[in-house]
Design a protein around this ligand. Structure first.
Ligand code: UDX
Length: 442
């Protein structure tokens, strides 16, 4: 099929390349000339395992190209829109200006029968408004949210857990004729996943929009729940990691996303729960999800707690102490530093007068741009040299598996390790002479 993908950021670039890799003829369109040039060379503009390979392959096969010219969307059977919906500067609500801009630019090129598939994470109600704008062209809007995780984006796009299609429906929620047709076309687009019996949920616009934010709200809630238990563990001497293992054995609960530590960050969970809460307020249902504000608050408190642990470990003050911060990305396998708890901790420690050195296998360049006041060292061992205390804030394998506590001990001044992600083998670190501090652990 012929596809266009409007917006070549994280979501769009991966989507375009992944769709070409499953056999479609794809044009990726973005207003950013530099990004388009990078992608057209087969280079990934950000760190994402496997992306450069499928970009190169797609371009070489002639099935994938990138342009800044919206006119090239004309003639595609399906137009995916995956532009960003950042948090507004002066509120928690989502900024829809990129979505509106993309639709303004696309609408003149739509033909009757075309499908427009919205993928951006939007406040519930947006798709219905956009559908009214698309309607006069004879094209059909579907809402097809994306659940990809950074670091697994290629796999999540080609082989997702589930596919969701919000289609035009009657007031009782039954797809209209156009809705049925649109769902059928999306099934063709995602044929390899459909062939593998991936659940394909056809629903109305509002449900499709809500699936996305509800999923992220649930994940954030799971993380903050276990972090709240960490706070209780801290005053009772309990171990939150053992607690998580034990409750996680209950299949109704499950162990995944019960990793207590310095909490969640990134470009999705924090902004999405805030935007969802803001939207619920607008709808007069703020109280229904007011707990999300608490989820956010618990999450932010864990960063402060990590800082406090370092201060306590250094006998009450980090002033002029040399502290090595292992990690900058909001999670491993990513160079993304948006709302990174890791960097927040580093900035706070510096604010308390510490001499902070940050290292990360992938995110240093991005971190430097946003926090130029911090010192960065690429080489992990060099970063550790002479440290009075070390804090792990991103659980890269380089720190979790590959850093032997005996070796690290030869580099530092003080054998104090704060494990902000509960990712280290505490017994091994203690055996090597370190004083180990976990999050919510004795
Ligand atoms: C998330 C959702 O998982 C994805 O489905 C959605 O499409 C976009 O948002 P992503 O932001 O890539 O994906 O990261 P994710 O792997 O979900 O991690 C989010 C944050 O939670 C990270 O900062 C991570 O370190 C933190 N986290 C995750 C925990 O603190 N504890 C856990 O147990 C799991």
């Amino acid at each position: 099929m012929r596809l266009s993908v409007i917006g070549c950021g994280y979501l769009g670039a991966v989507h375009a390349a992944a769709m070409a890799s499953i056999g479609h003829d794809v044009v990726g369109i973005d207003v950013d000339e530099q990004k388009v040039a990078t992608l057209a060379r087969g280079e990934a503009p950000f760190f994402e395992p496997g992306l450069a390979e499928i970009l190169t392959e797609g371009i070489a096969s002639g099935r994938l190209r990138f342009t800044t010219d919206m006119a090239e969307a004309h003639g595609a059977d399906v137009h995916f829109v995956g532009v960003g919906t950042p948090q507004q500067k002066d509120s928690h609500a989502a900024d829809l200006s990129y979505v509106n801009g993309a639709f303004d630019a696309l609408i003149p090129y739509l033909r009757p029968g075309d499908i427009v598939a919205g993928k951006s994470t939007v406040p519930v109600g947006t798709a219905a408004d956009l559908a009214e704008r698309v309607h006069p062209t004879g094209a059909t809007l579907v809402w097809n949210p994306e659940f990809l995780r950074e670091g697994w984006a290629v796999q999540d796009t080609i082989d997702p857990d589930r596919l969701v299609a919000g289609v035009p429906s009657t007031r009782s929620g039954v797809p209209t004729k156009d809705g049925d047709r649109a769902a059928g076309i999306l099934r063709e687009v995602y044929h390899p996943a459909i062939a593998k019996q991936t659940p394909f949920i056809v629903t109305d616009y509002a449900t499709a929009e809500l699936v996305k934010v509800a999923a992220n709200a649930f994940l954030a809630t799971k993380i903050s729940f276990i972090n709240a238990m960490a706070e209780i563990a801290e005053v009772t001497g309990a171990d939150v990691t053992q607690l998580a293992d034990a409750i996680g054995h209950d299949a109704r609960i499950g162990r995944r996303f019960l990793g207590a530590g310095i909490g969640f960050g990134g470009g999705c969970l924090p902004k999405d729960i805030r935007a969802f809460a803001a939207r619920a307020e607008e709808l007069g249902r703020g109280e229904s999800i007011s707990f999300l504000r608490e989820i956010d608050a618990i999450n932010l408190r864990r960063r402060d707690r990590a800082v406090q642990l370092v201060v306590e470990a250094l006998d009450g003050s980090v002033f002029e102490k040399k502290i090595t911060v292992l990690g900058a990305a909001f999670k491993p396998h990513s160079d993304d530093i948006r709302d990174s708890p890791a960097l927040d901790v580093a900035v706070q420690l510096r604010g308390l007068g510490a001499s902070v050195t940050v290292t990360d296998p992938a995110a240093i360049e991005n971190a430097k741009r946003v926090h130029p006041q911090l010192s960065y060292v690429e080489d992990r061992d060099e970063a550790l040299r002479g440290a009075d205390a070390v804090i792990v804030v991103t659980e890269w394998d380089e720190y979790r598996r590959e850093l032997a506590p005996e070796h690290a001990a030869t580099l530092v001044e003080g054998r104090i390790i704060v494990d902000g992600r509960n990712c280290l083998d505490s017994a091994a670190w203690r055996a090597a002479g370190w004083t180990y501090y976990g999050m919510g652990r004795p």
